[in-house]
Design a protein around this ligand. Structure first.
Ligand SMILES: *Cc1c(COP(=O)(O)O)cnc(C)c1O
Length: 227
């Protein structure tokens, strides 16, 4: 197991430094630890260092770990593609879903959200700069999906999520993130404020923070390369 205390500290350092460099408020960017393929022990090691938000992509793997760890202080975020036959489990076990990209899925999550839990926080995933990916709503279809989600009482629409095509050039990395920020501003309204931009991974978190990310989703930098 990687030294998670050390890598958490280094990653928080990268985030705080980027906040400062790009004029973002101190503490305005939250670290979401992407724990897909990682063991319950690795998650617990991060939790001992004060990390409470974890992101998972695969429903069955996630539910197994959520039940095994059984810690009500942890906040679980679903960040993978949502299949309609998995919406009941996702709505029951997670507090956030970052990857809503069609109204059918939004309705199913809304209908399945248990009554004793608060509304499910969701982000709409945008397909930006990634023509090959099937995930994410096209920018032209975003306003309608936003309107549909705002009408679902068991969902709380928080903002947008994106996973652009990887690039190692910081200048190129910033462009799609800037487009996502502009899309958020275009659909935002002071009456129903969207406060979340979920964007940036290990290799492009600085570019995402420069363009307004409020949540960065980091796996590799914390836990090492996935096999
Ligand atoms: C795996 C994954 C991440 C984390 O990527 P790293 O490069 O390991 O930091 C972030 N977002 C999504 C949607 C992922 O599937």
């Amino acid at each position: 197991m990687k030294n998670i205390a050390k890598s958490l500290e280094l990653t928080m350092g990268r985030i705080r430094q980027a906040e400062q460099k790009y004029g973002r408020g101190p503490g305005s960017v939250k670290l979401l630890a992407v724990s897909k393929t990682r063991s319950a022990d690795e998650i617990c090691a991060a939790r001992k260092c004060g990390q409470y938000d974890f992101g998972e992509n695969y429903v069955q793997e996630a539910v197994d770990k959520i039940l095994q760890i059984n810690d009500s202080h942890l906040i679980w975020h679903f960040i993978g593609p949502v299949q309609s036959n998995k919406t009941r489990q996702i709505a029951g076990y997670f507090q956030w879903v970052h990857s809503v990209d069609r109204v059918k899925i939004a309705r199913r999550l809304n209908d399945a959200r248990p009554g004793h839990l608060p509304p499910l926080n969701i982000c709409i995933q945008i397909n930006i700069s990634n023509e090959n990916s099937k995930s994410g709503v096209r920018p032209a279809d975003l306003p309608q999906l936003v309107a549909d989600c705002r009408n679902l009482p068991r969902l709380r629409l928080r903002g947008l999520m994106a996973l652009p095509e990887p690039s190692t050039d910081t200048g190129l990395q910033r462009k799609p993130f800037r487009q996502v920020k502009m899309l958020l501003d275009a659909v935002n309204s002071p009456l129903m404020l969207l406060d979340t931009l979920s964007m940036g991974t290990t290799q492009d978190m600085e570019a995402a923070i420069a363009e307004g990310a409020t949540i960065v989703r980091i796996g590799t930098a914390l836990f090492g390369a996935r096999t």
